[in-house]
Design a protein around this ligand. Structure first.
Ligand code: SF4
Length: 202
């Protein structure tokens, strides 16, 4: 792909979403971590409806038992698994990290229910460290734009990190999510009306 084309895509995203908002409401790294964990196979809108009713520190969270957490998070789906992960990770944060969310990929990915994508979101959005979390929207756009083969999310992350400068990763991942939700749905996209693909020059 031409470097010019990559610059054009990034420029269009900047024009459309100059200040992309973080979709999951939170007030600190812990509440973001819980929100991201809850967002697995759930919409951000639904997560935002649930999180105001959850304890907002690990100490308060473990005052509940997993069954009580499960009832609170039921609208997000996978509640038995997610509630155990939330309770266990809260306990680990207290026991090993002074009640704080750790600021490294390795420590984050050791927490129950936290994979590389969740860790990347926390690193980027809570700690402003360069990361490129690839969700289903980013995976789809990267393949459709010819930026990656679409073979796997791991490959997409590698390709996007190679194509775009590190200082743009955090903003770009949010811009692509917003773009995909508005213009580039999994089904029924309109290439003729699309701000990116209708201006393709390759
Ligand atoms: S035409 Fe637009 S909506 Fe379709 S793949 Fe390209 S960017 Fe996405």
């Amino acid at each position: 792909m031409l470097k010019q084309e990559i610059i054009r895509i990034a420029g269009t995203l900047n024009e459309l979403f100059p200040e992309p908002q973080i979709p999951l409401n939170h007030r600190d790294p812990y509440t973001l971590l819980i929100a991201v964990l809850l967002s697995a196979q759930c919409t951000d809108v639904r997560v935002n409806q649930v999180t105001p009713f959850l304890p907002d520190t690990p100490e308060k969270m473990i005052q509940l038992d997993p069954k009580e957490i499960e009832l609170l998070i039921r609208p997000c789906g996978l509640a038995p698994t997610k509630s155990h992960a939330i309770w266990n990770l809260s306990k680990i944060l207290i026991e090993r990290h002074q009640g704080q969310v750790p600021k490294t990929f390795s420590a984050l990915e050791e927490l129950p229910g936290v994979g590389h994508k969740t860790a990347s979101v926390v690193m980027a959005q809570a700690f402003h460290e360069p990361a490129f979390p690839v969700d289903t929207h980013i995976h789809r756009c990267a393949e459709r734009w010819g930026l990656s083969s679409g073979k796997s999310v791991e490959q997409t992350e590698k390709d996007l990190k190679r194509l775009f400068p590190k200082k743009r990763w955090n903003q770009l991942h949010l811009q692509i999510i917003h773009f995909a939700r508005k213009y580039c749905p999994a089904r029924g996209h309109r290439p003729d009306q699309c701000p990116i693909c209708s201006k393709k020059e390759y």
